[in-house]
Design a protein around this ligand. Structure first.
Ligand code: HEC
Ligand code: HEC
Ligand code: HEC
Ligand code: HEC
Length: 208
């Protein structure tokens, strides 16, 4: 008996797949961007309020899209939204601008996005777009909504392609890849005339 136990003729094979390794980046909740949230511009070592310069530079006289000589680092890739002053206030550069030309405070950028992305903005208000950090139950701790520009660069908002995190662990079902059941025939589906005839659903054509 003891010998049998040592030889172990029926080794135990666990049906549970080994755990998938979830890399740290997949669960990291740090926002992908950390915007300053104040109208401040750095030139070399000096920080200026936008209006330090724009208070004396007159706004452009027309709505023509033009290449500006200043702010060359700003490259706009926002679809057909190609005009700086669709978003920045023409007279007061310390704020953003809504559809009526009224000011939107710099730290409320979601109200700017809302004027063109209404449905996504509504989803965001309801918590269906973007992310909520902190506590679900607000009686236990603080909850915070990430703002649009903490994820999207307003000048180039679409995300670059992302690497997906590993799939979920399925208990006892083995690896979940595509094509696992490719060979299983669905008896309720007639895929061709020949199969229909073989199954007795269709009359064989004359001469066949
Ligand atoms: C050091 C001075 C300076 C500061 C600070 C500065 N700007 Fe400018 N900005 C300029 C100049 C000069 C131009 C115009 C360049 C031209 O006409 O070619 C300009 C142009 C612009 C334009 C293009 C407007 C158009 O006519 O299409 C926008 C938008 C703008 N600035 C936004 C900002 C914002 C927002 C800030 C603050 C975050 C800021 N600027 C801070 C000097 C400055
Ligand atoms: C879709 C709206 C939108 C358009 C169009 C747009 N901006 Fe901006 N811009 C923003 C928002 C929102 C911020 C603040 C976000 C941040 O700091 O990341 C910003 C920030 C800036 C800043 C400050 C960036 C810094 O370094 O801190 C400058 C300068 C600027 N924009 C210039 C421009 C110029 C020039 C154009 C046109 C070529 C332009 N923007 C077009 C929305 C826009
Ligand atoms: C003046 C109108 C306008 C404003 C303001 C605006 N957008 Fe856009 N946005 C557009 C247009 C137009 C497109 C291009 C749609 C296309 O080409 O399919 C676009 C495209 C996008 C896309 C890519 C959509 C896709 O399907 O790839 C994202 C993301 C986006 N915007 C986010 C933002 C965010 C965040 C803000 C606020 C900082 C903002 N937008 C402000 C007009 C706007
Ligand atoms: C927590 C990060 C996050 C926040 C906050 C966020 N988004 Fe997005 N957004 C995404 C991601 C991720 C996608 C999908 C990107 C893709 O499919 O390439 C996306 C897609 C989009 C798209 C294109 C797809 C669509 O459904 O039309 C738009 C437009 C957009 N966001 C606008 C906004 C606006 C406006 C806000 C703020 C009200 C916002 N986003 C807030 C992460 C965010």
């Amino acid at each position: 008996m003891a010998l049998l136990l040592v030889l172990n003729p029926l080794p135990f094979h666990s049906p549970v797949a080994p755990p998938a390794q979830i890399p740290g980046w997949a669960t990291d909740t740090t926002p992908v961007r950390q915007p300053k949230m104040k109208p401040e511009y750095q030139v070399a070592l000096f920080k200026f309020e936008c209006n330090a310069c724009h208070g004396i530079i007159p706004p452009p006289a027309n709505t023509q899209v033009r290449t500006v000589t200043q702010h060359r680092e700003v490259v706009l890739k926002h679809g057909i939204n190609t005009w700086c002053l669709n978003c920045h206030h023409p007279q007061n550069r310390n704020v953003l601008v809504n559809d009526r030309g009224e000011e939107i405070p710099w730290d409320q950028p979601q109200r700017l996005c809302a004027k063109c992305h209404g449905p996504v903005y509504r989803d965001w208000l309801h918590g269906a777009h973007g992310r909520t950090n902190g506590y679900w139950d607000t009686s236990r701790g603080e909850q915070s909504r990430r703002k649009c520009i903490e994820c999207h660069d307003p000048h180039q908002p679409p995300f670059p392609p992302m690497r997906p995190a590993p799939g979920p662990e399925t208990l006892r079902m083995g690896p979940q890849g595509p094509g696992e059941h490719g060979e299983v025939h669905n008896p309720l589906r007639l895929t061709g005339y020949g199969e229909g005839v073989a199954a007795g659903y269709l009359e064989p054509e004359e001469g066949n």
